[in-house]
Design a protein around this ligand. Sequence first.
Ligand SMILES: Cc1ncc(COP(=O)(O)O)c(C=O)c1O
Length: 475
Amino acid sequence: MSLDISKYSGNSGPAGSVQPPHGGPQDVMQGRNPDMPIPMPMMVRAEGIHMWDEQGNEYIDLSSGPIVSNIGHGVKSVGEAIANQINTLDFAYSRVARHQPNIDFSAQVTRLAGPGFERVCFSSGGTEAIETAIKFLRQYTIAKGQPMRKHVISCMPSYHGGTFSALSWSGDTELGDFLDGMVVPTHKVPAPFTYRQPENYTAESYAQHCADALRDKIKELGEQNVLAFMIEPIGGVATGCNVPPDSYIHKVRKICNESGVYLVFDEVMSGAGRSGKFMAAHYWPDALPDVSVMAKGLGSGYAPVGATLFSAKMSDWLANQRGFDFTHTYTANPVICAAGKAVLDYTEANDLMSNAARMGEYLCEQLNTLKETQPLIGNVRGRGLLMSVELVANQEVKTSLPGESKAADRVRIHGMNNGLMIYSRRTNGGMFGDWLIVAPPLSVTQNECDEIIKRLSATLKDLNNDLVKLGLLVN
Ligand SMILES: Cc1ncc(COP(=O)(O)O)c(C=O)c1O
């Protein structure tokens, strides 16, 4: 199969034409790179790890969209749970009424999250859930008589969401000129990279350096003024699924304890089983965060669901003081709660978290084997089924591919030609590398993993040939 870009990209019609493009009035609202129009297949059906477009072409959903489709596509029990809920009680506003789906879903999420996370607040996605975490901590510290605690420290690079405030907590030097003056970046410390750390550092010594940077930053700001340190314990798209050394998590927990700063884990991507455990935090049981956030896989694409988890100790104390006070219209609405519960029921019934751990290990081994014959692969990293492949021009010295190669875009096109839907990124102008995300649904089987490797191998061969032909890569 070979895709005709002009047919899919929605850029049809002469300049100045008022004809709607291929996808109608919505089409121009989705991000487009005019230098490299990327095909946009019209998807019509999906099942398991597979998707089909209107022409009958089949694709493997290699990255579960943007790491969303945890349980895979087309799970009928989730559709039925959503339909039943809509037909029974479609909506009840969480500020003025209780409902059973919220009670049941809360009980399930807090049971899976375990001690330290006995209370939960649901929202409509990752950004809302992140904002809820910080709004809660702000109200909590004010109630405790510490109104000076306002600073949020986070990592460079990182991503914590798309609103103006979540962007200010995110570590991205290339946000776009339209945000200049609108988003005021908060304080950043380096992310504990394990592959592309500066010269003369090992992963372990760089983790120490990054933890020291946090301690110094808290000191510089005055610890009484710092509210929270927010990290993705296993990175997402901003770091290409970086997994810090265990020592780093223990060190930042200790630093936060010593300074009274609250530790927030952004598990929007890594939560809900994707890492092989319900929360990545469960890999470090002695260094749990004060607040944890998840989204994406929690609704698995069936419904927009986010969750912010707190300890009973903090939440119940605040409830008795002034109460946590902030909702969005769709906070914990019956339909997202019913959908989320059905997703987790399916996850538990099919033991998908253990499967994620097993298949993650298997895929990681196979990707490392592929690396031996595919020089574009510089590094394979991640945990469970949250992995990335970093693309390089030279494996030995880890040279990044030139910016003009637009490798992260190009690999998506070659992926589609080889039956793979790929999520890939070059963030911060490529300062930290280019990577593609390997994160199929948690239901993936070993045979399907083998098929993924076959298609990825063909994709990277095509990318390699393309870059050599363009004179952007020496073979
Ligand atoms: C780590 C992380 N935090 C927060 C968000 C924001 O989530 P949402 O897009 O659901 O608002 C994302 C989204 O990609 C993410 O990856």
